[in-house]
Design a protein around this ligand. Structure first.
Ligand code: FAD
Length: 108
């Protein structure tokens, strides 16, 4: 079976890095592509219980992917990650600071 922790750490790096590289203002095409990606990701992620919970969370009104801009998408991804943090009893991350962790920190 996959190592759910190592897979998770790598995947969050990938997902937050995707939001850090997302355009400041996304075109309709870019927004559609990201929605499609997230829909497929949430079905194909190879930790099936993780994938199922993530899919269910995304369907709850208010939790649908916000993909209009880097800022919105980055915060949404942080909230998604925090949902998993809560479920696992981990510390919740301060989403105002997601860019420091995943984007502007790149300069160091
Ligand atoms: P991680 O949670 O992997 O975080 C890595 C780094 O991201 C942290 O060190 C911190 O610097 C930063 N970070 C933390 N929170 C945030 C945030 N909110 N926003 C931005 N940056 C942040 N594991 C399970 O056991 N059960 C599950 O159901 C489950 N579901 C998952 C669903 C998804 C979609 C993903 C990607 C992973 C899931 N995992 C699940 C794995 C779990 O989230 C962790 O990745 C794993 O437990 C390792 O945790 P960690 O403490 O090393 O830090």
């Amino acid at each position: 079976p996959p190592d759910v922790e190592a897979l998770g750490r790598s995947t969050w790096t990938f997902l937050h890095t995707m939001s850090a590289s997302y355009p400041p203002q996304a075109s309709p095409t870019q927004q559609n592509e990201m929605r499609q990606f997230l829909g497929l990701f949430s079905r194909l992620y190879p930790c099936w219980t993780c994938a199922e919970d993530f899919q269910e969370w995304m369907k709850v009104p208010g939790n649908e992917p916000r993909v209009s801009s880097r800022s919105e998408f980055g915060k949404w991804m942080c909230e998604a990650h925090n949902e998993v943090n809560r479920k696992l009893g981990k510390e919740v991350f301060e989403c105002e600071r997601w860019e420091e962790r995943w984007r502007t920190g790149w300069g160091d």
